[in-house]
Write a protein that binds this ligand. Structure first.
Ligand SMILES: NC(=O)c1ccc[n+]([C@@H]2O[C@H](COP(=O)([O-])OP(=O)(O)OC[C@H]3O[C@@H](n4cnc5c(N)ncnc54)[C@H](O)[C@@H]3O)[C@@H](O)[C@H]2O)c1
Length: 318
């Protein structure tokens, strides 16, 4: 029996896969994109297999679930925010229809559990000062709409067919190799680029805040929810908070570790406006109360560890 990781060659999917292999699991990666630089699947064989395929294409989703005796799924494959806005039809096909395909295949072939990644971007802009797992979601973006649909479909399949669906709404995840996708990518790149000795120009104002979480905490969070006993998972879809620094504060912390870091600010008013409109205060009470979620890394430790990781293998991130 194997665990399927959709989006398995993506930033979060690949990092979950490495943890699952450490735990002795057999993992099947499903992704429309081939492995990235530094993702050496042969090294992890035969524990890890890669199957190239499209979530939006039912026969490929059905086939990967049917042929690999899948018992559990981490569903991380998705189009990210900017791509969804550029092509809403593709976002519908991949994020909404693709999630439906996976849920349907799960029920047909006896998958027991699915953990899905949603986003705090699934809340409406600026409506509530503090958002929690129980706050209403009325997203304005196609990405947010697709995430809410995924959550609702998963919860429906849980009620109707007993599939053990679980979900976290993550803030922006920072870490080596996240890349430039999504408007929050500056929170990663203003650490990664100076760690590589490169300059970075930040496209929001210094006082712009964005909720962020280190990728090692995000992966631990997903595993902790996935492994939590069934009777502890009551809410099913959980908000996860992270830290909420300004871009100026991140720059200051990076300069403490890399005194010659070349970080400059050239704010784009529209990008700044959008980032500032995101939920700033996130209440993660249900996640900590029901299954004991706690961050391990402080913000300072996250930045320090991030810089060390990049410096260990810079060729992976250039
Ligand atoms: N990174 C963040 O800050 C963040 C924050 C909140 C939620 N999330 C969610 O976490 C998940 C993983 O994000 P990530 O940061 O690893 O992004 P990523 O882009 O690195 O990974 C997503 C993967 O999905 C794959 N994919 C896209 N379309 C596909 C399709 N049609 N069929 C199969 N695979 C497809 C991509 O090729 C990619 O490898 C996504 O669902 C994302 O919405 C990410």
């Amino acid at each position: 029996m194997s665990i399927l990781v959709t989006g398995g060659t993506g930033f979060i999917g690949w990092n979950i896969t490495k943890k699952l292999v450490e735990k002795g699991e057999e993992v099947v990666l499903f992704d429309i994109a081939p492995p990235r630089r530094g993702q050496n699947i042969e090294e992890l064989a035969p524990k890890v297999k890669f199957r190239r395929g499209d979530l939006a294409y039912w026969p490929e989703v059905l086939d990967v679930v049917k042929r690999n005796s899948i018992k559990e799924i981490f569903h991380t494959g998705a189009m990210l925010s900017e791509a969804c806005e550029e092509n809403p039809l593709a976002a519908y096909m991949v994020n909404i229809n693709g999630t439906f395909n996976l849920l349907e295949a799960s029920v047909l072939f006896g998958v027991e559990k699915m953990t899905f990644i949603s986003s705090v971007a699934s809340y409406s802009l600026g409506e509530a000062e503090v958002i929690s797992s129980r706050s209403p979601q009325r997203p304005h973006s196609m990405y947010g709409v697709s995430k809410v649909c995924g959550e609702l479909l998963g919860e429906y399949f849980n009620r109707r067919f007993g599939l053990d669906f679980r979900c976290v709404r993550l803030p922006s995840i920072i870490g080596p190799g996240r890349g430039g996708g999504g408007l929050s990518s500056y929170t990663t790149l203003m650490i990664q680029e100076p760690a590589l000795g490169k300059p970075y120009e930040v496209y929001v104002t210094e006082d712009t805040r964005c909720p962020i979480l280190y990728y090692k905490d995000a992966v631990n969070c997903l595993l902790k929810l996935h492994e939590a006993p069934g009777d502890r998972v009551k809410t099913r879809s959980y908000c996860i908070a992270g830290y909420n620094p300004t871009a100026g504060e991140i720059a200051g912390m990076v300069r403490e570790k890399i005194p010659d870091a070349k970080i400059t600010f050239r704010p784009d008013p529209e990008k700044t406006r959008i980032v500032k409109s995101w939920a700033q205060k996130i209440d993660e009470f249900e996640a900590s109360d029901e299954w004991g979620w706690r961050r391990e890394y402080t913000l300072e430790e996250s930045i320090e560890d991030f810089i060390e990781e990049v410096r260990k293998n810079p060729e992976r991130y250039i």
